[in-house]
Write a protein that binds this ligand. Structure first.
Ligand code: PGA
Length: 246
């Protein structure tokens, strides 16, 4: 069985005061066993690691470089994220694909850097509305994941996590229906079983795109949805705790 995760992607949000408030008010609120992770802005990782010490929340990054070190102004190396204590990094998020022109090849290189440095790669993929309406959802999503995982060997199911995030559902309030999401998740599961026969069933596939306390239970009820990657509804402790406890 795949493990369940609830990962908050704070994007470019949260002040230091809001972060302090989040960690103080989430204490004792996540009652279930599970993997609860937060990706704050890069400059807040250290502070979050300190504040999260008394909780069961792990901290990671929203981005990582595809290079080891050197003249790459503004970039952050996996080795340095790791030494700071970051547990994982998101890669392939549609916002980075769209606004930073990240290609599949680039995302594959980032995945390799994370694994080489003992960090978890949370790999995102998803179709646009136009692609969905053209009947290309499965083709687009599977190709994005295939490229991201190209030449990647894993030894256990904790090294990579996949997140299906339809672009039209991110930050729009429009969630994929549980059935729409499950159709894609089942296809991703088949791909994982092909690529990693011994681990395919155990790898976690998260859904992202307007996950909120009111729809999380029905999404998690689907056989191949193993958790959520959550933006807006992860910002407030109350709401994130509700998602973790679902
Ligand atoms: P959202 O964002 O929950 O605000 O739709 C999800 C994401 O972009 O990871």
């Amino acid at each position: 069985m795949a493990k369940t995760y609830m990962i908050g992607n704070w994007k470019m949000n949260q002040s230091l005061d809001e972060i302090t408030e989040f960690f103080s008010s989430i204490k004792g609120k996540t009652t279930k066993e599970g993997n609860f992770w937060i990706a704050p802005q890069l400059i807040h990782i250290d502070r979050c690691l300190n504040l999260a010490q008394e909780s069961n929340i792990k901290i990671g990054s929203q981005n990582v470089s595809n290079q080891d070190n050197g003249a790459f102004t503004g970039e952050t190396a996996a080795v340095n994220l790791k030494e700071m204590g970051a547990h994982f990094s998101l890669i392939g998020h549609s916002e980075r694909r769209a606004y930073n022109f990240e290609t599949d090849e680039f995302i594959n290189q980032k995945a390799k850097k994370l694994l080489e440095n003992g960090m978890v790669a949370v790999i995102c993929a998803g179709e646009t509305l136009e692609q969905r309406e053209a009947g290309k959802t499965l083709e687009v999503v599977l190709n994005q994941f295939k490229s991201a995982l190209s030449e990647i060997e894993i030894k256990n199911e904790d090294q990579i996590i996949l997140a299906y995030e339809p672009v039209w559902a991110i930050g729009t309030g429009k969630t994929a229906s549980p059935e729409q999401a499950e159709e894609v998740h089942a296809a991703i599961r088949n791909l994982l079983k092909e690529l990693y026969p011994a681990l395919g069933e155990k790898l976690s596939i998260l859904y992202g795109g307007s996950v909120k306390p009111t729809n999380v239970a029905e999404l998690l009820a689907m056989p191949n949805i193993n958790g959520g990657l959550v933006g807006g509804a992860s910002i407030k402790a109350e709401s994130f705790a509700t998602l973790c406890n679902a």
